[in-house]
Design a protein around this ligand. Sequence first.
Ligand code: KMH
Ligand code: ZN
Length: 272
Amino acid sequence: MDKLIITAALVGAETTREHNPNLPLTPEEIAQAAAEAREAGASIVHIHVRDEEGNPTQDMEIFGRTCDLIREKTDLIVQISTGGAVGTPQDERVLPLDLRPEMATLTCGTVNFGDDIFENPEPLIEKLAARMLELEIKPELEIFDLGHVANAMRLLKRGLVKPPLYFDFVMGVPGGMSGSIHNLIHLTRELPPDSIWQVAGIGRHELPLGVVAIAAGGHVRVGFEDNVYYSRGVLAESNAQLVARIARIAKEAGREVATPDEAREILGINKP
Ligand code: KMH
Ligand code: ZN
């Protein structure tokens, strides 16, 4: 098995300080949270950014400043969100790719998202994929439902994504696929050979699915975007606390944790 890649999803677009007062919001706070997550064992940070009021934004300047601060402090792989928040205009979602991050997310289909709809029509998916290909940005294929895997296969057939494909199974979003272990196993069986996968369990699904991924050769995403609790009713103190627990479990299970450079090697990313 490859070493374990831990991604820290530090901020998200929907999490607020009411959910967890320790949520990082400003570029400085996000960079500090990233440095702590690196120390705890993360090799990738998945980032969203916020405006001065703390609302989600795809603002290039804020994204750029945040990426620069993270790179000043760490050797982490920075993965920017092209998903934004539910309802972010499609043309704004593409913008931060111009910053040429090493990685970005590519959601592979539309999904109900609580009371809302996270819209990802085919032309948008193709546009994002083509731009990432052009700028040599490694996409993380966001899979909220089984049909999204089939959409990813169509992108592969059309040459819009290149192997090794890197999938992120986002499990437990209300409206998307549930966070059951048999769903996870089924998803892994649907992938083409040589694919690499990670699981992002939402809320209470984060820990059990992460444990299964460690044992099954997958990779793990944790962080306040997906889950703000350490245990039932107990808020996490930091993103790093959630990363550290996964790293500890992996080590106990005999699976070493990848450094950012080792993660680059596994994912086929050339160091900038
Ligand atoms: N905020 C969600 C609606 C991504 O980062 O690419 C979408 C999301 C996915 O978080
Ligand atoms: Zn996200």
